[in-house]
Design a protein around this ligand. Sequence first.
Ligand code: NAI
Ligand code: MG
Length: 365
Amino acid sequence: MAARAATRNLRIGLIPGDGIGREVIPAGRKVLEALPSSLGLNFSFIDLEAGWGTFQATGTALPERTVETLKKECNGALFGAVSSPTTKVAGYSSPIVALRKRLNLYANVRPVKSVSTVPGAKPVDLVIVRENTEDLYVKEETTRTLEDGTKVAEAIKRISETASKRIGKIALELALSRQKIRNGGGISHHSVPKLTVTHKSNVLSQTDGLFRETVRAVYDAEKARYQGITYEEQIVDSMVYKLFLIPSDYDVIVAPNLYGDILSDGAAALVGSLGVVPSANVGDDFAIGEPCHGSAPDIEGRGIANPVATIRSVGVMLEFMGETEAAAVVHRAVDANLAEGLIKTPDLGGSNTTEEVVADVLRRM
Ligand code: NAI
Ligand code: MG
């Protein structure tokens, strides 16, 4: 691998949050520190606070310092998990939802990849790109009472050309960069990148129709750039059916907010443990890597949390920082650990600790 002319200094904000977030985010840091020096990347880190513990200590779940530091000083960030109170607590709201808004992270990207050593697992290697800002989640709901006294509730489903365009663009670019990572030796069963546009425009011809047409227009407008990508459109209900029947058919899936939310959690169920599923919250110039799992109070403090979701989130964050080679190194090391299947945490049927899995991944890098 050729060394680059200049060293790139990258500053990463670390937001462990609560529970096992505090056990897995240090693993993410170690992985970044262990990247080969030939890549020419020099990482520094800033510890940042957010979460339920922060709320209890300071009265706010997302201190301004965290937001400002991310905006002004960081090139990327890792977010662990936060605990949420089971009943409504005045003044508390989810810091990750707030961060997505404050930093305009309009795409939620969730790669789902099977662990080949889980018995009966179907081969899965796909990524869901979910629009994160609009659709039914604009939360414009009303309830009215008809003359006969019955109630009717209504919700706005808003789809804009702007949001559909930028999500389409991110998904197509991801299809290209995933191919590069595979060419770099990533383990995958896809030979050609593919984009599947999810919609229900047979019923919702205007809203989902606009989404579908806009994504297709992004593809058509840059035919030369995207010519290697197979483009297809699929209605969401049959999509769910096919996804569960033949998940290996999918590579990059792009969807409006609600369908993306549902498909994301459904797809995670295909691979056996929440402890292996990463995500990234992505905007035009910033990405926060985030394991999909929560703070897991049932295993907190025992040193057995699976670090794989976080390590993979490091890989996805690097992809969106433009560091494709570094991302490939991380993905390859994790995939090799999982493929061998010897050193694994209890959620995957193993008996190793978080530390032992991290050490195995670092050794493979
Ligand atoms: P959870 O994801 O924390 O745990 C669900 C189950 O998966 C538990 O049995 C847990 O032990 C297991 N698990 C999760 N991650 C694991 C890992 N890395 N290694 C091994 N096992 C793992 O979801 P749950 O229990 O519904 O929520 C717990 C807390 O986390 C709640 O306060 C919830 O609000 C919060 N949460 C936060 C999220 C976030 O910060 N993005 C997302 C989901 C839940
Ligand atoms: Mg969800």
